[in-house]
Design a protein around this ligand. Sequence first.
Ligand SMILES: Cc1cc2nc3c(=O)[nH]c(=O)nc-3n(C[C@H](O)[C@H](O)[C@H](O)COP(=O)(O)OP(=O)(O)OC[C@H]3O[C@@H](n4cnc5c(N)ncnc54)[C@H](O)[C@@H]3O)c2cc1C
Length: 315
Amino acid sequence: MNTAQTAQSWIVVADDAAATGLVEVARTLGTEVVAVVAGRRAVADAVAGVVDRVLWLGEPGSAPVEAFAPDVARLVAEATPRTVVGATTPGGRALLGAVSAALRSPVLAGVERVELSGDDVVVTRSVLGGISQHRTAVSGGPAVLAVDAGAVVVLSGAAPAAGSAPVEEVPATPLPAQVVEVRPTTVAGVDLGAARVVVGVGRGLKAREDVALISGLAGALGGEVACSRPLAEGVDWLPKDRYIGISGQRVSPELYVAVGISGQLQHMVGVREAKVIVAVNSDKAAPVFAQCDYGIVGDLYQVVPALTAALGGAA
Ligand SMILES: Cc1cc2nc3c(=O)[nH]c(=O)nc-3n(C[C@H](O)[C@H](O)[C@H](O)COP(=O)(O)OP(=O)(O)OC[C@H]3O[C@@H](n4cnc5c(N)ncnc54)[C@H](O)[C@@H]3O)c2cc1C
């Protein structure tokens, strides 16, 4: 590898990926950020605003993102950059898997923190369902990282590039696979990873219509509504992309307010990087109180309207 190559970070962008978090990580670990985009031209154009170079594999038509895995892997392997960063979305995972095989480098998942130590890429990862953290240094070879937008803290970040990089179309030979049917799931399309304030609600809520109370508080705080898994996968009161935790979204807001959430590990892992955590729970023995900065013991049906009104919102 020459010096120019070792300073490169590549991001692998699937059509469904939110690229901003990937770019932040990549920029921390390399002086030049190159994106390879397996998706629509609109995605490539959006990414071009925040990276130094874009390789676009052409309009996918009815081919799924996964069909471009060999092309993505070939391009990355030819460049052998210092780091390859991709998203933990279904498409992102498929592309990263192919890259990992081509580079003969393992994918490091559960990434929570990245930094450079000399030329080594040092990654702190959450393992065993968040019970433990591993610190791994990758030296002498590409580090392949799977990241959740919002889950990663960068320790030596450089300023993002502004402007517009050229989009170079690269001929691709997608695998012969086609999307024959699309069944949309209920998603909010919200980027919780980018939210400065998140208000999460759990099974303390008694009825679907009471989500409005939580929306009122989130609105007064200028934040987004999120939830624990049972509210998204049990009763379906909120879309699946709003639930936080080990199997949901990971967020790193300035403020996380946990309302009627008990504070099980599988949920709290998702808010580990929040700067301040406030909990509202009627049970003073709820585990969440051992993990928050400020706790309010009380009935959410009294506390939330009072907080919303105090903040000047409609309670
Ligand atoms: C493999 C696996 C993966 C999982 N992944 C996730 C994940 O990613 N995210 C996730 O969230 N969970 C996940 N879970 C589920 C997790 O273990 C918990 O069951 C879940 O987080 C509990 O949700 P909760 O806190 O809303 O509900 P509960 O644990 O039932 O807590 C409800 C809380 O509300 C309080 N409450 C009740 N009434 C009121 C009131 N009127 N006012 C104020 N407080 C009140 C109660 O005191 C209680 O503490 C996972 C579980 C497994 C096994």
